[in-house]
Write a protein that binds this ligand. Sequence first.
Ligand code: C2E
Ligand code: CA
Ligand code: CA
Ligand code: CA
Length: 278
Amino acid sequence: AKELGRNNFQFFTPSMNIKTLQRLKTENNLRHALERKEFHVHYQPQIEVSTGRILGVEALVRWQHPTTGMISPAEFIPIAENTGLIIPIGEYVLREACTQNKAWQEAGFPPMRMAVNISGRQFQQQTLVQTVENVLRETGLEPHWLELEITESVAMQDVEFTNRMLLELRKMGISIAIDDFGTGYSSLNYLKRLPIDKIKIDRSFIGDITIDPDDASIVKTIILLAHNLKLKVIAEGVETIEQFEFLKAQNCDELQGYLFSKPLPKNDLHQLLTKNNS
Ligand code: C2E
Ligand code: CA
Ligand code: CA
Ligand code: CA
């Protein structure tokens, strides 16, 4: 089938039709998911490497659809981005996460940081600063307990805009982490100039650090670079003791991954905090 004509419809294979239909269905369901209260937030601990203490948690959204079951964020976040639905969903996650963090503080746990993912579409909204301000005021969470995670690729799209936006957010007292670091294009010059606090090394570099010398040197270099720029560095997707030991030897500040805990519903995290403090 080398010589396909111009007017062939080979492109529309039956499997693609199913995919398109599924996407439309997901999109349609997504429109009602908020009002039907189908979103939940799970929390994954972020651990200080030197002490094993829980310094914070990352809020990760979960969609529990009544008939389909659990739908992965990898599947629905891109659709939410395209349709703009990520704006109300993201605001819901932010409010829920801040409310929960405040509740844990009031329950007497040692205060910890709450990290919340901000998508590209949310970041481009001029109203983001106002939204964050409102949520902090409504929930009573002090700004320095909130961290926003912005992916490297979103941050580097328009560096001037990013710079202005981050300055405003940081003026409020919240901190900023660059997520999925190493997967996009970062100019080191920009990295130096942007008002950020932390770099989050992408999971794809961590999986093989103990067997692949290239990944090992990339991770070592990122940690050195971050520390030279006075930035904290966290590794995501840490699953084994060997990976943990490697990161510890390299003075990585924090880690997050299944080795310590997967993302947990709020009640399970509450139990983990209770166990940790007794
Ligand atoms: P991410 O921000 O890079 O989040 C880390 C992902 O890695 C999470 O997947 C987490 O469950 C997973 N993970 C954590 N530790 C390990 C580990 O040790 N091994 C492995 N294999 N995976 C680990 P999750 O929850 O499925 O989220 C996927 C992505 O969806 C997130 O990647 C983020 O980009 C997006 N996402 C999730 N929640 C939100 C949200 O509330 N807002 C926005 N804008 N995006 C979100
Ligand atoms: Ca993240
Ligand atoms: Ca990440
Ligand atoms: Ca990632």
